[in-house]
Design a protein around this ligand. Sequence first.
Ligand code: SAH
Length: 230
Amino acid sequence: MNAQEKHPHVRGFGMASARSRARLVERLRSLGVEDETVLAAIEKVQRHQFVDEAMTSRAYDDTALPIGYGQTISQPYIVAQMTSLLIADGLPESVLEIGTGSGYQAAVLAEILPSIYTVERIKPLYERARKRFAELGYRQVRARLARDGVLGLPDYGPFDAILVTAGAEKLPTSLYEQIADGGRMIVPVGPSGDQRLMVIHREGSSFVEQTLDAVSFVPLIEQRADERTS
Ligand code: SAH
């Protein structure tokens, strides 16, 4: 049974959604997104499957939308920008995403890359995203529930690329050791209202930090050290 049969409310939305996605891609092009691999992935992923039914009609607007628990699915332009940065120097074989949320960003990555780990701290969001990955056939996405994704997944790393999709107050240097040599991390950094996208390139033991555009993400929640059990 495919996802549409399981969710009758989206039956009949197939053609309309394909047209909406083509329009969204045109908008992203007009905003300066040039990477054809990224645009093709965005054209393919059914963003309406990653939002609540009540949001279906807005699923292809270029905006962030609420997904419950005070969290949002990222704006498609930002997803395109982060994905472009992630693959700018070639395709990373292994990726870690911190902040699964709806699962949309991970699905876009899965259209391009072979292996994606994604971690989320809010259990119902994690469960919903896992179900979506299974129903939509995104087998190369492995979702994990983690109390604090900033600790990464040391057992599975290092990763060729790390993508943080929540805003960190300070650069999460705890993740540096999980970036593979020659790899990169993309992370929004700064206090709310003054966040910038940052790219960190690892070359051996040196980490080159680059600051890019202003962005606006929900906060990355870091567990206090005294709450950690290990
Ligand atoms: N990438 C998502 C959007 C993420 S919103 C998408 O495509 O829909 C940011 C997500 O990060 C939220 O779901 C939030 O619960 C999660 N988050 C915040 N801090 C976290 C942490 N320390 N570890 C794991 N997940 C975290």
